[in-house]
Design a protein. Structure first.
Length: 337
């Protein structure tokens, strides 16, 4: 196998604001793995607050001696090898893992969703995310989300109630809310959650800072809607720690280090009685299709990356009635222009 890579600046349709951060583009590293003329595609999306960037990615990739693996089939060994190079770096590890799965699928003429043991008929609808903005702007963005069955709203600032009211003035679709650790007072948080419940919010991510385990557990024990741990849950060992703290976990390939461990996290969550949301960072069609191949095993999906960006280097994935349509093509089913 031969590894090659190329940085790419993924431009966002709108300045993206969440609790504590704001940005207009996201650096990607596009990765290719080639075996006898067949190419597998992968991608790292390096959101600034997780500590990876183009330099860390290039540094990590320069240490990867992928040629020691003749074929991309032994994922456990390859993932262990990547972890042995350096801790962290989960986005660039995910890029290699996704490329390996795409290549594996192409070499065995198998779609990635089949490698992941997913049933396409169980695909959940995916939400469309609206970043924190003025109530007027958020109302306008809710109108843009007409093709989606669910809207995900970023909250955690002042005027949260006005924001929801503005969105509710133009749509009745179910809402997810993501606070991104933006609340600090558990009583305030629970009061807000009951109010949001009455507004048709059906899921809420990371209400309090991830280190406030007691506070998050207290909210989960009293919340009328499922509370999902996102920032608190990165990789496989974090899944068990989420039991009794959250109702469910948000699995993202850029946190888990790719599809192999994401599948393990989903299976582990099921064993532990946790619900699963599959999420994303700002991603092109490549990482989105990788996540979509696992989405049928999850309760909810929030993999809207290609709809929030303007220069996706690949063709848009097939999408209808608010859901991705998984193709029977080998690998990810990624179409190049
Ligand atoms: Mg989140």
């Amino acid at each position: 196998m031969k590894l090659s890579y190329q940085p790419f600046d993924l431009l966002l349709k709108h300045t993206f604001n969440i609790s504590g951060h704001s940005r207009v583009s996201t650096p990607l590293m596009l990765v290719q793995l080639e075996h006898e003329g067949v190419i597998g595609y992968g991608e790292a999306s390096m959101v600034p607050y997780l500590g990876e960037n183009i330099n860390t990615a290039v540094d990590f990739l320069s240490k990867v001696k992928i040629a020691k693996f003749k074929l991309p089939f032994d994922f456990a060994a390859i993932v262990a090898y990547l972890d042995s190079i350096a801790p962290g770096n989960t986005a660039i590890k995910a890029a290699i893992d996704i490329a390996l799965h795409d290549l594996h699928g192409k070499l065995t003429n198998t779609p990635c969703w089949q490698l992941m043991q997913s049933k396409p008929a169980l695909m959940p609808p995916t939400s469309f995310t609206i970043g924190i903005d003025t109530p007027d702007e958020m109302r306008a963005k809710a109108l843009e989300a007409r093709n989606f069955k669910i809207i995900k709203v970023k909250l955690g600032g002042e005027d949260d109630k006005e924001r929801i009211t503005a969105i509710r003035s133009v749509t009745n679709v179910p809402l997810y809310v993501d606070v991104n650790q933006g609340w600090t007072d558990r009583n305030f948080a629970l009061e807000m959650i009951w109010w949001l419940f009455a507004q048709g919010v059906i899921l809420l991510e990371q209400p309090l800072p991830k280190h406030d385990v007691d506070g998050n557990a207290w909210i989960t024990s009293q919340s009328p809607i499922p509370i999902i741990g996102d920032e608190a849950v990165q990789r496989l060992p974090d899944v068990e720690k989420a039991v009794d703290v959250y109702h469910g976990i948000n699995v993202k390939l850029m946190k888990s280090g790719g599809m192999f461990e994401a599948k393990q996290m989903i299976d582990k969550a099921r064993q532990c009685g946790l619900k699963v949301l599959i999420g994303c960072m700002s991603e092109s069609s490549c990482a989105t299709l990788a996540a979509a191949s696992l989405a049928p095993q999850c309760d909810w999906a929030d993999i809207d990356g290609p709809f929030l960006t303007t220069n996706n280097p690949y063709a848009m994935p097939a999408f209808a009635n608010g859901k991705y349509l998984l193709s029977d093509n080998a690998g990810l089913g990624l179409s190049l222009y």
